[in-house]
Design a protein around this ligand. Structure first.
Ligand code: DHB
Length: 368
């Protein structure tokens, strides 16, 4: 097939290393989307080129450069962690290539390039809901524990501000390194401080280690509640966390237990195609990212280059497995429902069961 009849998506993901579950989930979701929707769109053959950046930002940038210059991709996508997205954003701008961020979730990423469109979420977006819920449920004094980089600092800041606004207080703000974190010394400090709750953000893949060490130290028995963004009770790992995870309250934009007909179909198809692997929030970011790309290609009929594609990505409104979503044309960030959830056993498996919803939440990080 002639090159100009091919539409290339350069999907850069961490397929190995600490963030490998993110790559595995997003690749599976992108392949599912293509299997369900075909690989010919507006007369073009869609080609997915997947590259492993091992979540090292210098590697992400080099791969993005090669994809743009050598492969002449029409769209860049993926971006497992914030530093990868930040390293790639200038290249998107220079080459006028839309960069669909499917995972990374620091608020400022969409401001790093006018070519960034995000289908994941932001940490401010999901953190404030928990800071509204906590004081109404007997939690006034909180210690925060976050990974020490963009999304963690966003989560810490927005949780803290909102909790203070609601009459609560963050008594201590602890930060753990992103690479090879050891939570033990931090958890010991929290145990000694005896807050009503510990609020945690760690990236996808690190939640199980936090949960294990929290329980091993008997923090729950000492009367300290664990509250977190849904990154901690990650659907990729949750079912193996054990009964100690029961009752943990989190806020997030996606649960595999979201009770919509569309989500039930999505989860079933994903599990079927992936030997029973349960989709997590990363998978949904990837699935919806493919939708945004496919629809932009349909609208532009495959003509017009990066600027036309970008314009056709802005303002898309659709139903996602997570619920209704909207790509805000001004910010290029996703507007979506945020759910409060509690870990429960359903049909023998652990799930994040939604019990409240805040509708159509914009990223509060952009409101300044
Ligand atoms: C980021 C990565 C994650 O795995 C996550 O759950 C949230 C944010 C990030 O690097 O932006």
């Amino acid at each position: 097939m002639a090159q100009d009849n091919v539409f290339k998506i350069g999907l850069i993901l961490p397929m190995t290393g600490q963030q490998a579950t993110t790559g595995r989930q997003i690749e599976a979701a992108a392949r599912l989307y293509m299997a369900q929707n075909g690989d010919t769109v507006a007369g073009k053959k869609v080609q997915l080129i997947i590259k492993d950046d091992t979540s090292l930002p210098d590697v992400t940038r080099r791969l993005a450069q090669e994809l743009v210059v050598n492969d002449k991709v029409n769209v860049l996508a993926g971006m497992g962690i914030t530093p990868s997205a930040m390293a790639t954003a200038p290249l998107a701008t220079q080459s006028k290539t839309p960069l669909v961020v499917m995972a990374a979730a620091t608020s400022s990423i969409t401001e790093a390039s006018p070519y960034v469109v995000r289908t994941s979420f932001t940490l401010p977006q999901v953190s404030v809901a928990l800071a509204d819920w906590a004081p109404k449920n007997g939690i006034k004094k909180v210690v925060t524990l976050v990974s020490d980089y963009g999304p963690g600092i966003d989560a810490e800041k927005f949780f803290n501000q909102r909790l203070a606004f609601n009459g609560g207080q963050v008594t201590e703000a602890l930060r753990v390194p992103l690479r090879n974190p050891d939570f033990a010394p931090f958890l010991q400090k929290v145990r000694d401080a005896k807050p009503d709750a510990l609020f945690v953000f760690v990236p996808s893949g690190a939640g199980a280690a936090v949960m294990k060490q929290f329980l091993e130290r008997g923090m729950d028995k000492a009367g300290i509640k664990l509250i977190a963004t849904g990154d901690v009770t990650d659907d990729d790992q949750l079912n193996d966390m054990g009964d100690g995870a029961l009752g943990v309250v989190t806020s997030h934009h996606y649960s595999a237990a979201h009770p919509s007909p569309l989500n039930k179909k999505f989860v079933e198809a994903f599990e079927k195609a992936n030997k029973g692997l349960r989709p997590n929030f990363m998978a949904v970011g990837g699935y919806d990212g493919m939708r945004v790309i496919y629809e932009a290609l349909k609208t532009t009929k495959g003509a017009g280059g990066g600027d036309a594609l970008l314009a056709a990505m802005k303002g898309q409104v659709f139903e996602s497995p997570r619920g209704p979503v909207f790509v805000d044309a001004q910010t290029r960030d996703i507007v979506q429902n945020v759910y409060l959830r509690k870990v429960e056993r359903v049909n023998g498996q652990l799930y994040n069961v939604e019990f409240d919803v805040i509708k159509d939440v914009k990223d509060p990080g952009k409101a300044r």
